[in-house]
Design a protein around this ligand. Structure first.
Ligand SMILES: [Zn+2]
Length: 430
């Protein structure tokens, strides 16, 4: 296989349904499908959250192995816990490290869990989470400092803090500039516009459709940048989603149940709780982990959870291990579509309607993800196109963990250890 370049564009929350039913909104993706191979239904991982999913995409491993088992860390006293921002939290080998060791240049734009990595040109996704920090400062520590300084100087005016759609416009401008001027061998781009709109307005809202159309135009700009750079003919493109979303109107606050049972204590006047819990829920939105410590009757915990409205399924720790979720949990609990979990306490009831006027504030959503990947009509999707990819082909299904090994094969790279995923052979020309 001749040496070539790879550009991976993740359109956060893009599902199979988007490409199957709304193709008129995405003329650029439509052309890519015609010119390449569409892997239609891609099954995600437990839990279908952005950080665990992107880490599975790039390592070819499940969360139990790569260690990014959730978006955020268990920090009961904090309303807004820290995210898994840093490369050092990833226990498996991401493909950008394999590429770098093989002498390829790498670039990443808001690709999750890359802060502090050795990517050559990196704008890491990290945002201020403490009142005494500001965004530029946090990002400077997390990214390639000179690169971030240059990009911010040139394109910072496009940005409005971390609000959409301006953030994606900024990220696209930075990616275009880098593709044109640095010509990296491997480029990872993460655009979040549609996911934000779905959380706020609903999965199939007009706002989400408009975001999908904006994303299509951004993909067109990114492809054009490789043409301007003279690298188009040797570049394989991948446009993929990380998960889909499901509409919700009710919240489940399991930690209130655990407080009633005497297993944790809330902080008076706040929706947070103390660190000395014996049983705690840690949300993944559509699912929640339940952790226990000390002498706790697990049968009683399970029985109490089973009695809560909106609980669809309670998997025990052994199931979680089998699914590749956090092996430390005692239970992995799945909500029925329409419900999602929070970590909050001191709310009016364990199950509460989402007040429409609260949408857009912390943890108040119209759409969420984080359910098990086995929910109906919940597949994500992926398009491959470029010199090594079969033209005009489709593949019915694959797994999210197959994507990294497929990228590796496109670049002629090998992970240092066997991966859970396998390269999707049907996409290759030869
Ligand atoms: Zn996502």
């Amino acid at each position: 296989m001749t040496k070539n370049k790879l550009v991976v564009i993740s359109l956060d929350s893009m599902g199979f349904r988007d490409l199957n039913e709304q193709r008129q909104l995405v003329p650029t993706l439509d052309k890519l499908i015609a010119k390449g191979t569409w892997v239609k239904r891609v099954q995600g991982i437990f839990p279908t959250l952005t950080y665990p999913s992107h880490t599975s995409i790039i390592t070819g491993q499940y969360p139990a192995v790569h260690g990014i088992v959730n978006n955020t860390k268990l920090q009961p006293r904090r309303l807004s816990p820290d995210w898994y921002w840093y490369r050092k939290d990833v226990k498996a080998t991401p493909l950008y490290d394999v590429a770098r060791q093989a002498g390829l240049t790498t670039a990443a734009f808001l690709w999750p869990v890359t802060a502090g990595s050795k990517i050559d040109y990196n704008l890491a996704e990290i945002f201020p989470n403490r009142i005494w920090t500001n965004q530029v400062l946090v990002s400077l520590k997390a990214s390639s400092p000179l690169f971030l300084y240059e990009m911010n100087k040139k394109y910072g005016k496009l940005r409005n803090g971390i609000k959409q759609p301006w953030l994606d416009d900024f990220v696209t401008a930075c990616a275009v500039d880098t593709l044109e001027n640095k010509r990296p061998d491997m480029t990872l781009i993460h655009l979040v516009d549609m996911d934000s709109m779905r959380h706020r307005y609903g999965v199939r809202s007009a706002e989400a459709r408009q975001a999908l159309h904006r994303l299509d135009r951004r993909v067109a700009k990114i492809i054009q940048a490789t043409k301007n750079a003279g690298t188009y003919a040797e570049t394989d493109f991948v446009v993929l989603g990380d998960h889909y979303q499901i509409n919700v109107d009710k919240m489940i606050h399991l930690n209130m149940l655990f407080e009633q049972a005497g297993w944790l204590r809330s902080i008076p006047g706040k929706t947070t709780y103390r660190n000395n819990w014996r049983v705690t829920a840690k949300t993944c939105d559509g699912e929640t982990y339940v952790y226990t410590r000390g002498n706790v009757d697990l049968g009683r915990v399970k029985q109490l959870i089973a009695g809560v409205e909106g609980v669809e399924q309670i998997y025990d720790g052994a199931d979680a291990v089998k699914f590749g979720a956090d092996p430390q949990c005692s239970f992995l609990v799945e909500a029925k579509p329409g419900y999602y979990f929070t970590d909050e306490v001191n709310r009016p009831a364990i199950v509460e309607n989402v007040d429409p006027s609260s949408l857009g504030t912390h943890d108040r959503y119209h759409g969420v993800h984080g359910y098990g990947p086995t929910q109906p009509n919940y597949f994500t999707t992926a398009i491959f196109a470029g010199p090594h990819v079969k033209e005009g082909a489709t593949v019915d299904g694959a797994r999210l963990v197959d994507e990294g090994p497929t990228f590796a094969r496109l670049l002629g790279l090998h992970y240092p250890a066997p991966t859970a995923g396998q390269a999707i052979r049907e996409i290759f020309k030869d």
